[in-house]
Design a protein around this ligand. Structure first.
Ligand code: EPS
Length: 384
């Protein structure tokens, strides 16, 4: 059995973004339209800039399938770039504060920020969304759903009472929002914030939340610190460009509470099935579905804070590489905000980590083998 892993390659204005996903069990019928709809969702959201009007992101699968069904061999794919101008674009004279430009040039010894930004660009996340859209079809076959939505943008906060909605309602409401947000009442204020920032040549950050439903308890690991799922999920969210903070469950708020107000009482699961599955549930979910680096079986609740995009039309102070004189950061084009897109990427990286943890616990060569291991654990769970 191949261990689950993935990798991306490609430059923002090169020929294509490229991905390889290994360890997807054989026998999964891949829904390609599903992958493409995630790619176009990543391109969307109010506040995106000119590049997204050029691109039509879609997947071109290269290997790992026969008749649309996975073979168990590495799945490779391209997401072609329409803008392939890497060799023609002008050299930016000065690095942008907040981007990888300066530290990247100092690391590699360049005076050419394009040599850095082409890979450091958040365009790479298109390949990750494609990889995740493949991987998550494995866990979806076992009833696991991952869902992200924007909870704050440019300081405008969504109300948090939409969470009791069912999965189908949530998805419907989010699809009607140009901010991928569940609170329609804040949409106008968010839109005004983006329009004002655009007018001022500025950019906006925000917060998205990622939830995962239908998880079995015990995914992840406490014995190996590096395999603690909390660490892996935090690392995954921090791997998205511009993410500066991650919270789990109550997040930083938990540090201000007494122990008696910080944890989740254990109680019988009301819907427990005789002889099968988890017999326990929690009265609350302050832990956000993670304890001891493992899933508890409750909903996973993660939030990530994104800084405003560092490419501003109203450029920030910088230095010219050649003259060493004070100047302004080079501006070519950018989004005003890409928090909605970052939420799509957040959903993707969480789905990749959950698939990895799921296959590390139940992995087998084929979907049938995975199902057998999963069902055996459901029987074992009823004995606990
Ligand atoms: C992005 C493509 C980029 C930017 C954005 C994300 O396109 P271009 O650089 O050609 O305008 O729109 O990149 C960044 C936010 C960044 O920091 O580099 C994309 O496909 O998401």
């Amino acid at each position: 059995m191949t261990r689950f892993s993935w990798r991306t390659a490609g430059e923002s204005h090169g020929k294509a973004l490229i991905g390889i996903v290994e360890g997807v069990p054989a026998g999964l019928e891949l829904d390609v339209e599903r992958i493409n709809s995630e790619l176009s969702r990543r391109q969307g959201g109010y506040g995106r800039g000119g590049r997204m009007k050029i691109e039509r992101d879609h997947i071109e699968l290269q290997s790992g399938l026969k008749g649309g069904v996975t073979l168990g061999s590495p799945i490779s794919f391209l997401v072609p770039n329409r803008d392939q101008t890497i060799e023609d674009l002008p050299l930016p004279a000065s690095p942008r504060p907040g981007h990888a430009d300066l530290a990247g040039c100092q690391k590699y010894g360049h005076q050419d920020t394009r040599a850095v930004l082409e890979r450091a660009s958040a365009r790479e996340t298109a390949a990750r969304v494609a990889a995740a859209s493949i991987a998550r079809q494995v866990i979806e076959a076992f009833g696991i759903e991952v869902f992200a939505h924007v909870v704050e943008l440019g300081g405008v906060k969504a109300r948090s009472d939409g969470f009791e909605l069912t999965g189908a309602d949530r998805a419907q409401i989010r699809s009607e929002s140009c901010f991928y947000c569940l609170d329609p009442l804040v949409e106008e204020s968010m839109r005004a914030a983006v329009d004002d920032a655009k007018e001022a040549g500025d950019t906006l950050g925000g917060v998205f939340e990622v939830r995962a439903m239908g998880l079995p308890p015990g995914l992840g690991e406490y014995a190996d610190p590096a395999e603690r799922l909390t660490a892996r999920l935090g690392g995954a969210l921090f791997s998205i460009p511009a993410i500066k903070g991650v919270e789990v469950g109550l997040g930083f708020e938990v540090a201000r509470r007494m122990g008696s107000e910080a944890h989740d009482a254990i109680q019988p699961r009301a819907a427990a099935v005789e002889g099968l599955g988890n017999r326990f549930s929690r009265a609350t979910n302050r832990a956000g579905g993670l304890e001891g680096g493992m899933t508890t079986g409750e909903e996973l609740v993660l939030r990530a804070a994104m800084k405003p995009i560092p490419t501003l039309r109203k450029s920030l102070p910088s230095m010219d590489f050649k003259t060493r004189e004070a100047t302004e950061a080079t501006y070519q084009r950018s989004d005003v905000t890409s928090v909605p897109a970052a939420g799509v990427v957040g959903e993707a990286v969480v789905a990749l980590e959950l698939t990895r943890a799921f296959l590390s616990k139940y992995g087998g060569d084929s979907m049938d083998a995975v199902r057998a291991a999963f069902e055996a654990h459901q029987v074992a769970l009823a004995q606990v």
